[in-house]
Ligand binder design. Structure first.
Ligand code: NDP
Length: 283
């Protein structure tokens, strides 16, 4: 008989609040599907306890963990090493523990890029990016490092928008400019990818729409939304109706999970298994 082993590999998420974070369901669905003997545990960790939680994971032999609000920047202080894109983004949502060292990654942007690459290679493309918060920063940096030639940041707050434009200009090869979003925005001709990285449309505010001239969305453009819940946002519906190729926020969420599990275990898990589990939960 096979040797019995009662020691599972441990992973999880440190955040606060964390109770409504569904990553556990999709990650454990992937572990089960691929026969990986690992657990994913949501831990409600306060800012004051982050250091002990990180060192606790190390002490207990965890292979890695995700971080969400409010720890994505604070955790940098306790890490040994940062991946290149995480260094530029300045935030870490995934830590890999290897040979006792804590390595910080940002899989939000990598997950978005993986999802986008299922329909187009962003290299050489012109991007319109709504938003300049944490998700927008991660997406902008990965798109720029993947060779996008220009990223137009459309944001309501000029200070936050300007900070992201300067980050792209100073730290990546892409061109960038700011559009202060104080009127209806028209997507310029020649745009290849349009991304909503604001929280507009997130449950319960499901009727909200971007202040966007829908007639400027043309067939052939790729329109991506980061909103995972509900996946079919008004933007996704409006873009479909105009013949655009669309990518919903579940694609980004699922693929950041795929990238995280690959960093931790080396296994390339099946995104469709994870997506199906989230669709069950959000149905
Ligand atoms: P932040 O709070 O850091 O940024 C929010 C952004 O949305 C800002 O640019 C803000 O503009 C803009 N915004 C919010 N409301 C409005 C509005 N009414 N009109 C115009 N602009 C608005 O949030 P995050 O970047 O962390 O998250 C953004 C969204 O991304 C969330 O809904 C989250 O659920 C989603 N997300 C999805 C992921 C996935 O895997 N699918 C992963 C991570 C995030 P301003 O600067 O002017 O305030």
């Amino acid at each position: 008989p096979a040797e019995l082993n009662f020691l599972s590999v441990l992973t999880g998420c440190f955040a606060s609040p964390v109770a409504e974070n569904p990553s556990i369901a999709m990650v454990e669905a992937a572990y089960r599907h691929h026969g990986i003997d690992a657990r994913y545990i949501n831990c409600d960790v306060s800012p004051a306890n982050l250091r002990d939680a990180v060192h606790g994971a190390l002490a207990m032999g965890w292979i890695g963990f995700n971080l969400s609000i409010p720890h994505k920047v604070a955790v940098l202080e306790w890490l040994d090493e940062l991946a290149p894109s995480a260094t530029i983004i300045g935030a870490v949502n995934c830590v890999v523990i290897r040979d006792g060292r804590l390595i910080g990654e940002n899989t939000d942007g990598q997950g978005f890029l993986t999802s986008l690459k299922t329909v187009v290679d962003p290299a050489g493309g012109n991007v319109v990016l709504f938003g300049a918060g944490g998700a927008a920063r991660a997406i902008a940096v990965e798109l720029a490092l993947a060779g996008a030639s220009s990223i137009r940041v459309v944001n309501r707050d000029p200070k936050r928008g300007g900070d992201l434009v300067r980050l792209i200009q100073d730290k990546t090869p892409a061109e960038s400019e700011l559009v202060v979003w104080d009127q209806t925005y028209r997507v310029p001709e020649g745009t290849t990818v349009v991304v909503n990285a604001t929280s507009i449309g997130l449950f319960p505010d499901v009727d909200a729409r971007l202040n966007l001239d829908l007639d400027s969305l043309r067939p052939g453009m790729i329109v991506a939304d980061v909103i995972p819940n509900p996946p079919r946002t008004n933007l996704i519906r409006d873009a479909e109706a105009r013949g655009c190729t669309t990518l919903d926020g579940l694609g980004m969420l699922v693929n950041q999970g795929v990238v995280g599990i690959r960093h931790w275990t080396g296994v390339a898990v099946d995104p469709t298994v994870m997506r199906r589990r989230l669709e069950e939960l959000f149905a």
